[in-house]
Design a protein around this ligand. Structure first.
Ligand code: FPP
Length: 249
């Protein structure tokens, strides 16, 4: 299914960006600590994080990475103070509203994974608008995980499959990994090759649980707002040196 992306890659052999991950996923951790260090409100950290995101997206789009997923808001983040949740939602809205202007000419396709039902109607409409507007773009797929949780996604997929079995649309005996995957939010997105979590925390926090079974992980000790292109280059270098066996020898 994803062969066409790899075919493009053959042209890259021997160049600086040879052996790029097809899909990079990021847990942008450390916004709060970044703000605290500067005696600023946590929301200032998220705003700085949003600016980092813009820089990283521009860079990855330029070097030809095809998928970039950012964990912008988890199913657990609702437990944060109301003002912080509101500020994160506003930042997302703002990012999407400015997307065309910011990303002009970049051929980036924006999409969103996660459960949208709990998002405001305004944000839901904005997501639909931007997804529709960038649908035909063939460059970087910029994937926002919003109200996303890996367990929630898996439980939802199981429920949808059960419904389809009940309705006679799916046969119990036909359920296998491929079918299961087709019920996930990421059904047309390849698994991440590289997952980066900033800030020195070493855990996956319910992010893409199914999809990261064979991903490589990097944990740079830098807070997300300070994650410059230099750090991304380091992560890419590290990725290049890893030998991926996918359970083989
Ligand atoms: C983790 O830092 C970050 C988040 C929960 C939010 C991620 C959001 C962004 C990077 C901004 C993304 C862009 C848009 C457009 C919204 P934390 O608050 O958990 O940091 P801490 O662990 O230092 O407290």
């Amino acid at each position: 299914m994803f062969d066409r992306f790899f075919k493009d890659r053959k042209k890259d052999k021997g160049k600086k960006y040879d052996n790029l991950p097809l899909h990079i996923a990021v847990i942008p951790d450390g916004n709060g600590r970044w703000a605290k260090k500067r005696k600023l409100p946590r929301t200032a950290g998220h705003r700085a994080g949003s600016n980092t995101l813009k820089t990283v997206v521009k860079y990855l789009s330029g070097i030809g990475v095809r998928f970039f997923t950012i964990y912008a808001f988890s199913t657990e983040n609702w437990t944060r103070p109301k003002e912080e949740v509101a500020s994160l939602m506003n930042l997302l809205l703002e990012y999407l509203r400015n997307a065309e202007r910011e990303l002009e000419g970049s051929n980036i396709r924006i999409r969103v994974i996660g459960n949208r039902e709990r998002l405001s109607t305004e944000l839901q409409n904005e997501i639909l608008r931007v997804e529709k507007m960038t649908f035909a773009n063939t460059g970087l797929n910029l994937v926002f995980a919003i109200n996303y949780g890996g367990r929630d996604e898996i439980a939802e997929a199981a429920a949808k499959m059960a419904r389809d079995v009940k309705r006679g649309k799916l046969r119990l005996n036909d359920i296998d990994e491929k079918v299961f995957e087709s019920y996930l939010y990421t059904n047309d997105i390849p698994d991440p090759d590289l997952v980066i979590r900033t800030s020195g925390e070493i855990r996956s926090s319910n992010f893409l649980l199914w999809q990261t079974a064979y991903s490589e992980f990097a944990f740079p000790e830098v807070l997300w707002p300070d994650f410059t292109v230099k750090y991304m280059e380091q992560a890419l270098e590290e990725y290049k040196s890893r030998v991926r066996r996918f359970g083989g020898i």
